[in-house]
Design a protein around this ligand. Structure first.
Ligand SMILES: [Zn+2]
Length: 173
């Protein structure tokens, strides 16, 4: 397993629609393992393949936050939202590609998601709470959508300018 470096917004690779994964391979399973390790290391609760520059429909997440609770790492290949609740939920979201910027985003409170797991089995589950927000945020990444795309243009531009500055500073170091 290896840590991968996470792309920072703005980056054209974060705006692409990613390709479906036709078949699983050891290489793809290794990629999912690397992504989980990178996510835990960050630390974060979700990561999508385009965030490490790979335009494939793969996300990982683990929204277990309680101290001492058993972790629940999930790797989802080709995740798809099958149904969303009319009821909405607002969470303050952040993103590993937009470090230290947070904003409230409204999304469906419950979503049913279908995906292929790392053993190639089709899985389906209904998520709520933080899990629902996180899985929708990560699936958005596969379609080139970031949480700041839900914000008003001025707020989005402000965050984008901060990230451009951060990237310039990091490039200098
Ligand atoms: Zn994100």
């Amino acid at each position: 397993m290896a840590l991968r470096s996470i792309l920072i917004h703005p980056d054209p690779r974060l705006k692409k629609v990613c390709d479906p994964v036709p078949d699983l391979s050891d290489e793809l399973r290794g990629l999912a393992d690397d992504m989980l390790q990178t996510m835990y290391d960050a630390p974060g609760i979700g990561l999508a393949a385009p965030q490490i520059g790979i335009a494939k429909r793969l996300i990982v997440l683990d929204c277990v936050k309680e101290e001492g609770a058993e972790p629940r790492p999930l790797a989802m290949f080709n995740p798809e939202v099958l149904a969303s609740s009319d009821e909405k939920n607002v969470y303050e979201e952040g993103c590993l590609s937009i470090p230290e910027q947070y904003a409230e985003v409204e999304r469906p409170a419950e979503v049913t998601v279908r995906w292929m797991d790392r053993d190639g089995n089709e899985r389906e589950e209904t998520f709520d709470g933080l899990w629902a927000t996180c899985v929708q945020h990560e699936i958005d990444h596969l379609n080139g959508v970031l949480f700041i795309d839900y914000l008003k243009p001025l707020k989005r531009q402000l965050i984008t300018r901060k990230m451009q500055k951060l990237k310039r500073e990091r490039a200098r170091d």
